[in-house]
Ligand binder design. Sequence first.
Ligand SMILES: C[S@@+](CC[C@H](N)C(=O)[O-])C[C@H]1O[C@@H](n2cnc3c(N)ncnc32)[C@H](O)[C@@H]1O
Length: 462
Amino acid sequence: MGTSSGTFRFIDLFAGLGGFHVALDELGGQGVFAAEWEPTLNALYRDNFAIRPWSDINDLGSDEDVAREVPDHEVLTAGFPCQPFSKAGDQMGFADTAQGNLFFAVHQILRVKRPRRFILENVPNILNHDGGRTKRTIIAMLQELGYEVDIEHFSPHEFGIPQVRDRAYFVGSLDGLDGFEWPTKHKDPTDITSVLRHDVPSSRPIPPSTLNAIDMWGDFLKRSPADLKMPSFPIWSMEFGATYPYEDETPAGVWTRRSKHGLSGMHVGGSFGFKLDGLTIPDQQALIPSHARRESDFQFPNWKRGFIRQNRKFYEDNVDWIEPWLREWRPWEFHSSFQKLEWNAQGEERDIDNFVLQMRASGVRVKRPTTAPSLIAFTQTQVPILGANLTGQRRYMTPAECAELQSLGGIQLPASELAAYKALGNAVNARVVKAIANSLLDGLCDSPASPHTDHELLGAIA
Ligand SMILES: C[S@@+](CC[C@H](N)C(=O)[O-])C[C@H]1O[C@@H](n2cnc3c(N)ncnc32)[C@H](O)[C@@H]1O
């Protein structure tokens, strides 16, 4: 991918795999600077784009250093690290001095270098973080620099790409945003098979325990009567037959109130109805589902009470076909996350191999093959699994296929699969960026400070 003959110059901060670079390069831009501190990604960026990125952005230093080190550019892009604002993180935001204040590094470069346009990307939760104060602070700080700012959120599936991944985009312009329009979101259905590749070898094998859990739930779905509406709540099989208290008090409450016997003598059943009478309190604890045995849980939240109630009723109403399934599969011998099922395919034929599966802490998630789940950076075990009817055999999506979900099919990925999945889970979708940038850069040709002629720029983004 070449960047030598662009018609506008851009910089790519927190560059990762270079999703912004791919998009702006396709629009005719020239990458002139990048920053990425992770050594493998830093080296890979050089291989892919012939730019050696700066490492830690915090080391750029004073305004004078920034003026010297960062070349002049018309467009700044930055997918600043999102953990401080992510629902999955601890949400410290700007108070997270290690990562939360990286926005201020972006702000410093905007202040010193004054590029005419910027595009920033982050998790959508940044818009609600701290009661909306984080968003207001960011906007106010950008406006103070003279930028008109707008925000919208988009997911690749709104651009025909089969991945649901909602992200917030901030765009800014020193020339106002009168002519700018956000791209149109498409509602057409997407299909995961559009990114499947049969020319690449399947990646690492699925562990036998995972395959076994898929078989177990596949059989559960097959046994369920066709006229039964499958639950839209998560199915928690450990609640099948359980009778421990959860409405007015909790196991933790009983263990405090009856510190000698606990639940013993109350004639109640733990997970899957296992008897608790005559057991010591530690033995009782082992037989209470992990969602119900925290020592500090003296009252369950409404949503949890609801899920427990619904699961116990579902079991009672369907005991005739669930009991033989329990006896055959013994789900209590599986890891607790495999004991739960999230059926997100209401109304579909119940063949588990028709679907996209994801092994989450919250359970085995079964999704229609219209979209892949959002790629995430955390763990390799959560890489989507394709059912056998989609690809001939059950297998994980390969890094090359996940790259297609991020519209990054044309670049080299990290050699290690784990590193590739991680980087793809952090990346920005290049097609979404390109659609946004297309309109945002359109106005650049009218900008008095632009070093380019209208002719050049229009040619680049046509
Ligand atoms: C959310 S990802 C952005 C990914 C990128 N937009 C892409 O398309 O792949 C944030 C990136 O910032 C990098 N990063 C985090 N802190 C950094 C720092 N202080 N200096 C430079 N890079 C940093 C991380 O290694 C990560 O690759």
